[in-house]
Design a protein around this ligand. Structure first.
Ligand SMILES: Nc1nc2c(ncn2[C@@H]2O[C@H](COP(=O)(O)OP(=O)(O)OP(=O)(O)O)[C@@H](O)[C@H]2O)c(=O)[nH]1
Ligand SMILES: [Mg+2]
Ligand SMILES: [Zn+2]
Length: 379
């Protein structure tokens, strides 16, 4: 049984004044529901800060999931139905009810008020309680998330997808070619979010695979399932279908690597939009523009996501990065200095392992890039 407690919530600034976002389509394009609201319709009295707070009853879970700060309100659930968010269009969330109907829903204002630092309240994959209002609905409650992929976006946390078991890290062997630091970044994000990562090297029809076998070997040895696929000639597709049947999977990766094409190969009837000609050099062109939850006939749920222009890790401290490189872990305690950054210090056991080939140089370079905060282009 969850306990209830009174909490004081402050209204966000956008409740206090009419504001207009200078680029109202930006949030929509990025499928980021945390985009600023353009108009605030509720008036409040000018009574100083006091009037800008409200006391609400909030449920406090007995055993909160580590790091879960999703606001939950005590709501009259007898008037609500449960469903899962399948798409988010700006401020509207499309929720699939248990009977399969899709209902367009708004989000209860108080949930927005309680959102921490404007982090998006509703994400694709969320399980929600909504109250039917005519043909539409009002989201009254968002269940705690288990397994989510988030990123930093304009100094806020953006939940890309929630309640998934697996993250499919899709990269392409050619057009545009592999970026190992980006794969490593997604691996960290999966680990942070409690999601099992799977690495996919797509477009294997375009290359001779032999020079790339070491990559499959490297990640497989580290314990990450890694497979080569081709949406064009069907390689690895039946294996992928089996992997997807295990549960709910988010597809991630740069624009143009073939996420939607792979899903079309898995289930031809889906007819997801893919880039017409293989024009992978066209920067900033995204074929998929919003994340979408799809149920597969062969079993499992998938979320096709747009390739992100930037993939910044969220809430990963500099000193924490080393721990996410699992092959570094045995060496870290052997470094001479306890706060060793494994870059310039003497007596560094990680660098020694690198020298002897026990740590791969590509992975070490990824570590350096992350440690030094270098951007990794994801587009
Ligand atoms: N040769 C080859 N081409 C592929 C393969 N997979 C995808 N493509 C092509 O690559 C281009 C991009 O594919 P999409 O499926 O649209 O890529 P995406 O990852 O969904 O891209 P966004 O939706 O922009 O994030 C299309 O022209 C596809 O035909 C593959 O395995 N082999
Ligand atoms: Mg796509
Ligand atoms: Zn060291």
């Amino acid at each position: 049984m969850a306990k209830k407690k009174k909490v004081r919530v402050a209204f966000k600034k956008n409740r206090q004044k009419r504001t207009r976002a200078n680029d109202m389509t930006r949030g929509y394009r990025e499928a980021d529901p945390s985009a600023p609201e353009s108009v605030s319709s509720e008036r409040i009295r000018a009574k100083g800060d006091l009037s800008r707070h409200r006391t609400v009853m909030q449920e406090v879970p007995e055993n909160p999931v580590d790091g879960d700060v999703t606001p939950r309100l005590a709501v009259d659930l007898s008037t609500c139905q449960v469903g899962r968010v399948v798409r988010v269009h700006g401020l509207i969330s499309v929720v699939q009810a248990e009977d399969g109907r899709e209902v367009r829903c708004n989000v209860r204002r108080i949930l927005k008020t309680m959102a921490i630092d404007g982090r998006n309240i509703v994400a694709v994959g969320d399980r929600v309680w909504f109250r039917p209002v005519g043909d539409e609905g009002m989201i009254e409650n968002v269940e705690p998330r288990k397994g989510s992929i988030t990123r930093g976006y304009r100094r806020r946390e953006h939940v890309i997808v929630s309640n998934v078991d697996q993250l499919l890290i899709v990269s392409a062997l050619a057009e545009p070619g592999l970026k190992l630091p980006l794969i490593d970044r997604y691996l960290i994000s999966a680990e942070k979010g409690g999601v099992r990562p799977i690495i996919l090297l797509n477009k294997s029809d375009l290359v001779d695979l032999a020079p790339y076998q070491w990559i499959i070997g490297l990640y497989t040895q580290l314990g990450y399932e890694t497979i080569a696929t081709s949406a064009a000639d069907g390689r690895g597709i039946s294996r992928l279908r089996e992997i997807l049947a295990r549960g709910a999977t988010a597809f991630s990766g740069q624009s143009g690597v073939g996420k939607s094409s792979l899903l079309n190969a898995i289930q031809p009837g889906l007819n997801l939009r893919v880039r017409e000609v293989s024009d992978w050099t066209a920067k900033g062109k995204h074929t998929t523009t919003t994340a979408e939850l799809i149920r597969l006939d062969s079993g499992g749920y998938v979320v096709d996501t747009p390739g992100l222009r930037q993939f910044e890790l969220w809430n990963v401290d500099q000193g924490e990065i080393e721990a996410h490189f699992i092959e570094f872990r045995p060496y870290i305690p052997l470094c001479k200095f306890p706060d060793c950054s494994h870059i310039h210090e003497s007596g560094c056991a990680v660098k020694e392992a690198l020298y002897w080939g026990q740590i791969h140089s590509g992975r070490y370079e990824s570590y350096l890039k992350l440690y030094e905060g270098q951007p990794i282009e994801g587009d």
